[in-house]
Design a binder for this molecule. Structure first.
Ligand code: MG
Length: 401
């Protein structure tokens, strides 16, 4: 969250995501392509959800991809943002998509931003400059001064003029305006059958003043495959990682099933505990909580609480993965070691990894589980219990500022 210099009126953002991405040569629209492991559209939405001033994010999706867009955003965005998200069907043009989306805004929204779905690396400072600019001046757009010398070139490739770039800026998004001004500009455009390439051109055509605020060179639009490669380099720098360690041990007793990594293993002894005593899952849960700086398994799931008696520990793992997701993190990989003299665990390790991967919503290859004995030394070696160690790496979905 970013500190505001003054209270901003309630704001909403419209993200027209109706493009089919024909210049990209992919079967699917470019907003669904992955940037550092997350779809471009998810990056774009997260940039706005990160700011409290943005009350609502309206995504205008192509009709054919409405369900896909809905599934994708709900799968990747933390649950606490769900009530700020609206997904609507876009129009044939960007202008139609924005016009339809304006109708989706709640009455209390006073400032409206419009942002390209394919500008995933917009930063909070740029968004805030747009909000503050629109609150002060009515309508602004993010833009950057032209740095390169501009040439007019004829069809044969010959330069016919050098253009004075002194007053030239490249328009980006967000483009922000007081809601009533934007609605007026869209109504005027509709009346005059005017089609503009951005919202500013509609405001200009309606005779409404629009100013520029400083955008960012990192806020480029992904149009060509080359742009995606540049964005990936920039995005990788914004990510953060967290490491966590977990350890657990349980006593082997008669009359209990032996459950390790969610797999019930045929054995004459089982692990004792309040839950199903799945020592492998407990070590992983502790490692995840450790990485999040969120304490340990006992704090979240006390063994004095009857609701956890005999519980399938994979359910606890599910909850902890949800907690990570809410905090903007997902499991990168986990490495685990089970310390066990008997029984032999090698035949069960792949099934355990599959169970853990399913809960953590990662590929099984991201979970490595090893088993070792201690050559009959110590409590594990004497068969009194089984222990497990886990190390995890969490990756941020999106980290800004
Ligand atoms: Mg335990």
């Amino acid at each position: 969250m970013h500190g505001n210099t003054f209270p901003l009126p309630p704001a909403g953002v419209i993200i027209p995501a109706g493009g089919t991405g024909s210049r990209f040569g992919h079967a699917q629209p470019k907003q669904f392509l992955e940037l550092e492991g997350l779809p471009i559209l998810v990056w774009t939405c997260q940039a706005f959800f990160a700011l409290a001033a943005i009350r609502v994010v309206v995504v205008a999706a192509p009709a054919d991809f409405l369900q896909h867009t809905t599934d994708l955003l709900h799968a990747h965005l933390p649950a606490q943002h769900a009530e700020r998200l609206r997904i609507t069907v876009g129009g044939a043009t960007r202008q139609d998509s924005v016009r339809f989306s304006l109708l989706q805004l709640d009455p209390e929204i006073e400032l409206v931003l419009v942002h390209d779905a394919a500008r995933p690396l917009v930063d909070s400072a740029t968004i805030l400059r747009c909000l503050e600019g629109a609150a002060c001046h009515g309508a602004v757009i993010a833009a950057v001064p032209v740095k390169d010398t501009l040439k007019r070139v004829d069809a044969g490739g010959a330069i016919t003029a050098t253009i004075d770039r002194t007053h030239l800026w490249r328009a980006q998004t967000p483009q922000a305006a007081r809601r009533h001004l934007l609605e007026r500009a869209f109504a005027e455009a509709e009346r005059a059958s005017f089609v503009g390439t951005d919202e500013a051109s509609l405001l200009e055509a309606a005779g409404l003043p629009v100013r520029v605020v400083t955008g960012s060179e990192c806020n480029g639009k992904i149009t060509h495959p080359e742009d995606l490669r540049i964005a990936a380099t920039l995005a990788a720098k914004e990510k953060t990682m967290k490491i966590g360690h977990g350890f657990d041990a349980h006593r082997l007793v008669v009359g209990r099933p032996l459950i390790l990594g969610g797999v019930t293993i045929d054995h004459d002894l089982g692990l004792d505990g309040h839950s199903d005593a799945d020592v492998v899952v407990h070590a992983l849960v502790d490692a995840l909580l450790g990485a999040l700086g969120a304490g340990d398994i006992g704090r979240h799931f006390p063994d004095t609480d009857p609701q956890y008696k005999g519980i399938d520990s994979l359910l606890l793992l599910n909850q902890v993965c949800d907690l990570a997701k809410q905090q903007g993190f997902r499991l990168g990989n986990a490495d685990m070691t089970i310390v066990c003299q008997r029984p032999k665990l090698a035949p069960h390790l792949a099934a355990m990894a599959n169970n853990l991967a399913r809960c953590c919503k990662v590929e099984p290859a991201a979970i490595n589980i090893k088993a070792t004995t201690t050559e009959k030394m110590g409590y594990t070696g004497r068969g009194e219990g089984i222990a497990a160690h886990a190390v995890v790496l969490l990756r941020s979905n999106h980290e800004r500022e």
